[in-house]
Structures are given as structure tokens and as C-alpha cells.
Design a protein around this ligand. Structure first.
Ligand code: NDP
Ligand code: HEM
Length: 506
């Protein structure tokens, strides 16, 4: 029923008489330029879409609260991490490769982003549902993402590109194994963990620094689809994640995650038998046991998906006093990349969009620019728009200075490929994965090799063998099955790539 108490107006607030009939010269005549409201309506429609995120375009999200239940003040002075602190947050989960309209139940890594509104600014935790990543140097991130997106000629996803890149990048083995295992296809965002993945740092009132890993463990339990189950679900709905998350919250069944950290004293990093700043590695639990910190829950759906979830802008550069980064080269690159992406996707003053606005006072000396709707500096004195000034402009906060970062060595391009790419994957394969999960892992891998040139598959098998002979043997056997079933039709020339037809040929 129309609510007659609300009058239709133009965007400038003038009452509007008719939203049905265009203004024409005569009953059957052409339109008049004077019908500016029609022009306004069509022009607005042309601008309804903004660029989708270059990665992680498909997403689902909700509002909630982070609660700290344990005392970790010996590690950090961050107010948001003190026992008893409760902070509002917004979460966005996502797949990496698919476009904004992609189906939810695709095998892919899931993004796991939290924007926590603290009294000392926004703390963004922009993680994944896996503790490691495919590459360890940011030079390789755009190349890796190109292999996940569409082939320039066929405009289809290319398993050849994916396996070519992975088989030539042994550092990807850990993440590829997790992606192809059960955890690569969760049934919903509520049934997966979140990991900060990188090593970050915490620092306390005494100026001591500790390296830290952030973990968010699902309290709903892990649930996964097999490829066959996912295919069936996708045949019924492409929006299963949105449905499950949205409906759970509407029904008052608020999902929760336990918040844990692993801690490494600053100087111990030098003695560690692996590089603790290498994003392809975890910290073994036996050496660095998870410490309980608190939990977060999601308890409120957005009122408007576009305004709150499409417009939310996360960035690893958003930290608060007491929390900082580490020398991880991938993390260092991400500190630049996200704010740059937001300036392109949302505009210079993306942080003034309500969902991104800090819930604390903001005083800085940036000025003017596109969409500067709040005027930037709120100093109370219009003369305080530069620094130094004599007009009570914002002043520096020395307590926000983190302790100095110890570094050593010559500036150079150090070869990251000399790290050990196999030991931790071996532990995962030998000790963590059950036999039935290994069988699914083998088949999930071989099932994507239908059109991948043989030399690429053989190169990848050689890498699996370095992890464990059973890994290579298992995938080889599954590949033989794919061949015996007639599902193996690699193109002779790898560069022209041909994706197997899933619908009958004409
Ligand atoms: P642990 O045996 O102490 O830890 C194994 C961890 O593996 C579990 O705690 C769980 O992490 C995770 N896990 C359980 N089932 C699966 C699965 N099916 N697929 C992927 N991960 C699973 O040994 P380590 O700490 O020495 O780790 C051994 C291996 O486990 C690592 O090489 C890594 O591949 C994997 N792993 C380790 C994590 C870590 O932070 N140490 C985190 C996640 C995976 P969780 O409790 O986070 O669910
Ligand atoms: C999104 C860059 C690695 C998690 C993005 C976006 C960019 C980007 C440009 C789109 C941002 C936007 O438009 O809003 C990079 C670069 C990386 C990198 C350059 C490496 C050098 C990682 C890693 C993780 C990660 C290692 C997880 C540990 C995410 C998530 C999103 C995202 C979760 C979606 C955020 C959201 O929900 O809006 N990344 N990324 N990225 N990235 Fe990365």
C-alpha cells in the first residue's frame, strides 16, 4: 500500500506531480527537454553501478560486535583488545575470483573481512578462510589473479592457466592443497574460520613488540559441500550464502566466532626454523599455542546492501595504536593497494561514506576533493586548515607512535624461492587430512585437469611427489580415472587453451 504521508519529490526536495507520463509535445508527440525529472531518472539509472572489486567481487555481510573476554594487556595497549571491551563491527565474506553475480557455491578461497569501529579509529582485519596464501611476494599477486580470472581470448576461466602458474610456483602448494581439500568449499560463511593469515604485531605500554597471528574459529562447526553437492545446490540457487546468512540473522540465530591469537616474542623470529613472515606458512600450534581472547557475533542485517556491503572499504592499512604490521612483503604491499583501490572504486573521500566513517572524532589536514561532504577537518576554527598553525588545529599524538622496528641487511631483491615449500604441506597431508578427505582432494584436483596439457599436469605431479609420494600417487590414480571416463581432452597447444564443453556440442 502506498504511504500517502510521504510526498514524492525531486532530489532537491520539490514536490513532483507525475511519475507515470512523460512531458510530450501533443498527445502523440515527442518528448520535451524540459522534462528534467525524466532526464534525471534515466541519468541516475546509468550511474547505479560502481566498478566491482577487482578481486572478491561477490560478497555477503552483516553487522555485529567484538567482545574481549580475556586479559591480553601484557601484549597490547590497544583499547579495542582490553578485557571487557565491546566494539561494533561490520563483516564481509566473499569469493575471490568470481564476478559480482557469480554463484556462491564455487570452490574458491573465501575472504573474511572485519571492520571494527574502535574509540581510537577503525581496525580492519582483511583476512581469508585459510591461514596461508598462494604466493609470498606481491610481484606475483597480479599474475596469480590473472590466472583466476577469464582468459583474454576465450573469455572463460582457464584451468590451464591456473595449473601452469601453480606448477611453476611451488610456494602455492600449501594453499592449493587447502583449496582442493574439503575446506575449499564451505556450505556458508558461517561454517568456516577466518584467519588474519599474515603475521601482524601487537605492542604494549612498555613499548615491547610481539608478533601475532589472528584466528577466528567458527562456533557453528565446519561444514562443506562436495563438488557434486555444490553443483546440485547451484542448480537450485546461486545465492545460497546470502540466503543462509541473511535468514539466520533474521531468525535471531546469530553466528559466532571464537577469537584467538598466537604470540611470538619479537626476537624469537630470528631463531625460528622457518620464516615467520612468509605468508605460505602457519605457526605450528604445538610451538605457538592459540590463546583465547574473546568472540564476535553477527546480529544485524544491513538495511541496504549497496550502501553497507558494496560500499564498505576494508584496508590492512587501518590499524590502531597497539596493533601494527610485520615485515611480510605481501602485507607491506597490501598496506598500499587497498586505499588506492577504494579511491578508484568509491572516490577520494570513501572514508566519509557512513559505513566507513569511524565512530570517533576525526581531525586531519586533508582538504577538499570529490565527495568531501563533511568538510574534512572539524577543528572548531576555520583558520586551522594547515599545520603548524596558531589556531588550535589538530595536534600530534606521540603515544600513538609504535616502537621502532628492528631491521638489518642490505636493500636488495632477495630470492624468496629458497624457502621450504614442502614441510608444512607434508604435515597437513600426513597428519591432518583423513583418508577419505585425501581421496576427495585427489579427485578435486584431477577433476580440473580435463583440458590441461599433460606436461603441466606432470610438472604439478612432480611437485606433489616432493610433498609426499602418496600425494602424487593419489592424484595420478584419480587422473587415470578422469582419462578412463573419457573426460580428459587436453588441447595439443597449451597457449590456445580449450575449456571442456559442459553442454553438448552443436
Ligand atoms: P595441529 O595438528 O596442531 O593443527 C592442525 C590444524 O589444522 C587444526 O587445528 C585445524 O586448524 C586445521 N585443520 C583441521 N582439519 C583441517 C582440514 N581438513 N583442512 C585444513 N586444515 C585443517 O598442527 P599444526 O599447527 O602443526 O598444523 C599442521 C597443519 O595444519 C599446517 O601445516 C597447516 O596446513 C594446517 N593448519 C594449521 C593452522 C595453524 O595455525 N597452525 C591453522 C589451520 C590449518 P583450525 O584450528 O584453525 O581449524
Ligand atoms: C580485496 C589487493 C592479498 C584478502 C582486495 C582488493 C584489492 C586487493 C585491490 C579489492 C579492494 C576493493 O576494491 O574494495 C590485494 C593485493 C594482495 C592481496 C595487492 C597481495 C599483494 C590478499 C591476501 C588476503 C586478501 C593475502 C587474505 C589474507 C582480501 C579480501 C578482500 C580483498 C578479504 C575483500 C575485502 C572486502 O570484503 O571488501 N585485495 N590483495 N588479499 N582481499 Fe586482497
Amino acid at each position: 500500500m502506498a504511504d500517502n504521508s510521504k510526498k514524492l519529490t525531486t532530489t532537491s526536495g520539490a514536490p513532483w506531480p507525475n511519475n507515470q507520463d512523460s512531458l510530450t509535445a501533443g498527445e502523440r508527440g515527442p518528448l520535451l527537454m524540459q522534462d528534467y525529472q525524466l532526464i534525471e531518472k534515466l541519468a541516475h539509472q546509468n550511474r547505479e553501478r560502481i566498478p566491482e572489486r577487482t578481486v572478491h567481487a561477490k560478497g555477503w555481510g552483516a553487522h555485529g560486535e567484538l567482545v574481549i573476554t580475556e586479559d591480553i594487556s601484557k601484549y597490547t595497549k590497544a583499547k579495542v583488545l582490553q578485557k571487557g571491551a565491546k566494539s561494533p563491527l561490520i563483516a564481509r565474506f566473499s569469493t575471490v575470483a568470481g564476478e559480482r553475480g557469480a554463484a556462491d557455491h564455487e570452490r574458491d578461497v573465501r575472504g573474511f573481512s572485519l571492520k571494527i569501529y574502535t574509540e581510537e579509529g577503525n581496525w580492519d582485519m582483511v583476512g581469508n578462510n585459510t591461514p596461508v596464501f598462494f604466493v609470498r611476494d606481491p610481484y606475483k599477486f597480479p599474475d596469480f589473479i590473472h590466472t583466476q580470472k577469464r582468459h583474454p581470448k576465450t573469455n572463460m576461466r582457464s584451468p590451464t592457466a591456473m595449473w601452469d602458474f601453480w606448477s611453476l610456483s611451488p610456494e602455492s602448494l600449501h594453499q592449493v592443497t587447502i583449496l582442493m581439500s574439503d575446506r575449499g568449499l564451505p556450505t556458508s560463511p558461517m561454517h568456516m574460520n577466518g584467519y588474519g593469515s599474515h603475521t601482524f604485531s601487537l605492542w604494549n605500554d612498555e613499548g615491547e613488540r610481539f608478533w601475532v597471528k589472528f584466528h577466528f574459529k567458527t562456533e557453528q562447526g565446519h561444514e562443506h559441500y562436495t563438488n557434486d553437492e555444490a553443483e546440485e545446490v547451484t542448480g537450485k540457487t546461486r545465492e545460497g550464502y546470502q540466503e543462509r546468512l541473511f535468514n539466520a540473522i533474521e531468525d535471531g540465530k546469530f553466528p559466532r566466532w571464537k577469537f584467538q591469537i598466537q604470540i611470538m616474542p619479537e626476537l624469537e623470529a630470528e631463531q625460528c626454523d622457518f620464516n615467520p613472515f612468509d605468508l605460505t606458512k602457519v605457526w605450528p600450534h604445538a610451538d605457538y599455542p592459540p590463546i583465547d581472547v574473546g568472540h564476535f557475533e553477527l546480529n544485524r542485517n544491513p538495511e541496504n546492501y549497496f550502501a553497507e556491503i558494496e560500499n564498505v572499504a576494508f584496508s590492512p592499512s587501518n590499524i590502531v595504536p597497539g596493533i601494527s604490521w610485520s615485515p611480510d612483503r605481501m602485507l607491506q604491499a597490501r598496506i598500499f593497494s587497498y586505499a588506492d583501490a577504494h579511491r578508484y572504486r568509491l572516490g577520494t573521500h570513501y572514508d566519509q561514506i557512513p559505513v566507513n566513517r569511524p565512530k570517533c572524532p576525526v581531525h586531519h589536514y586533508h582538504k577538499d576533493g570529490e565527495m568531501n561532504v563533511y568538510g574534512g577537518i572539524k577543528t572548531g576554527d576555520p583558520n586551522a586548515y594547515y599545520e603548524p598553525n596558531s589556531f588550535k588545529g589538530p595536534v600530534e599524538v606521540p603515544e600513538a607512535q609504535e616502537p621502532p622496528l628492528r631491521i638489518s641487511g642490505d636493500a636488495d631483491r632477495y630470492n624468496h624461492r629458497k624457502e621450504d615449500d614442502y614441510s608444512q604441506v607434508r604435515v597437513l597431508f600426513e597428519k591432518v587430512l583423513e583418508d577419505d578427505e585425501k581421496e576427495r582432494l585427489f579427485m578435486n584436483i584431477a577433476g580440473t585437469w580435463g583440458a590441461v596439457p599433460e606436461e603441466i599436469c606432470e610438472r604439478q605431479l612432480a611437485e606433489f611427489k616432493k610433498v609426499h609420494p602418496d600425494y602424487e600417487a593419489g592424484v595420478r590414480k584419480a587422473w587415470e580415472k578422469v582419462k578412463a571416463d573419457g573426460d580428459y581432452k587436453p588441447n595439443a597447444a597449451p597457449v590456445t587453451d580449450k575449456t571442456p564443453q559442459t553442454v553438448p556440442a552443436e
